[in-house]
Design a protein around this ligand. Sequence first.
Ligand code: FAD
Length: 480
Amino acid sequence: MKVYILGSGIGGMSCAAILANNGFEVTILEQNSYFGGKAHRISEQGFEFDTGPCLLTYPEWFDELFNTCGKNLKDYLNYKRLDPITRYFLENKEVDVASDINQTAINFENKLGLKKTFFLNYIKRWVSIYNISEKIFLLNELKFNFFFLKNAVEWIFKAGVVNIFTSMSYYNKVLRNKSVEKIMNRFATYTGSSPYQTPAFMNQLAVVEMVNGGYYPTGGIHSISKALYKLCNDVGVKFQFNHKIDNIEYENEIFKIYSNNEVFNSKYLVSNIDYYKTQLILNRKFNKRSLKLSTSAIVFYWGVKVKSPNLELHNIIFSEDYKNEFSQIFDYNIIPTDPTIYINITSKFDKNHAPINCENWFVMINTPANLNVVSNENIKKTKDFIISKINDKVGINLNNSILYEKILTPKSLENKTGSYNGSLYGDNQNSLLSIIKRKKNRDYKLKKLYYVGGTVHPGGGMPLALRSGLSVAKNIINET
Ligand SMILES: Cc1cc2nc3c(=O)[nH]c(=O)nc-3n(C[C@H](O)[C@H](O)[C@H](O)COP(=O)(O)OP(=O)(O)OC[C@H]3O[C@@H](n4cnc5c(N)ncnc54)[C@H](O)[C@@H]3O)c2cc1C
């Protein structure tokens, strides 16, 4: 049976590989001349940059995907566990989140003054909640059956009703340590949300990285896209690049997909395009003003002639007033005036990612999902602010050291990947309702239309996009 998949992001390629391996005739229609979507690559002037995702979590899910296709991930991709995972710069202190949670607790005690046992008990609680969440929310399509209800009751009992109705930042006050609170609150951004609004039970997000670990694939994140592309080719998926989908119609139980004056017919259709963009392509109307989207980002890809012995692969320089930063993003819809700065430098691991005596700096801040938020003036202001803050906190002067620069904005992200208003993960998760109402993998009306990727269930980020691909493929296989 023929299946068309729209978009070659992580979700689309994962779904395609499983279907093709089960005998389906799968074609991916992709608007760009390349695969990978947000997980693409810039190679210019001797510098290599991953364009979007930088941190790999749940690598075992990638192993699972390749095993399901009868392959060994190691023949396609190597990865290693990071230690430390992230270096945090706070006020006048710096601290590492280590590979081992016990070491992280020791670091927090020594550098930030939080008792080790207190932090370990805090984390233990979220581990037990996370373990149930993984079973009921992440691994499969959401189905409201007996299994779900049984686990949901256990989940509510463990999570505590109060943590459903209070915010992450409110709960984290139990830590009584402003620095650790900031570090834990930051995990809300992994769903593009605000720690001052997202429910307290979302603290379990910390478990994914702090306990299960952060990983680096050899060659950088683009190696993941390359591995998936190779897997797809090995199991017979066809790719048609430079095919932007303009319109989809559904007639007599057949999807008609329009692109470049061609029409493709398919009984089953999987969209890896952003959920809201897909609705527009289906000519469906929705209330644009009522959308509550996740954050977008500005990324400066800087090829710099500096060496940074005091930086790691992943680094965070916190804003002074974290609450105000999120208020500016979600309430005022503007670029934060004092943003938290994320710096990723893969040339620390892959020497060929930068010329000699240089480094490849991926410098990112969170912004609202708003196409008009960026102007030449505020980009310059933001850049000057970041350079001055890096000088202040890390002691590295980037003035006159930036040899190469490219900038990603919400608008260019939308143009390149189809992300609606440049939002990274579709709807935000700033309330219980938005979490419950997260877009499902199956269309509410057309039962043979499926969605995969970071804007639908189970959520944003590469591993969850992969998970959506696996679960949609399983459904289509079971139905045919
Ligand atoms: C700056 C940034 C940082 C991030 N950091 C991380 C991180 O550290 N860790 C992590 O796990 N995740 C991170 N993410 C999120 C992660 O990149 C995505 O969730 C993940 O790549 C899943 O992508 P996807 O499957 O939704 O597809 P996408 O990557 O969104 O791809 C969609 C594909 O559809 C194609 N398409 C769109 N419209 C059309 C059309 N009309 N016709 C045909 N094709 C179309 C696009 O060209 C694209 O190839 C980050 C994202 C960004 C942007």
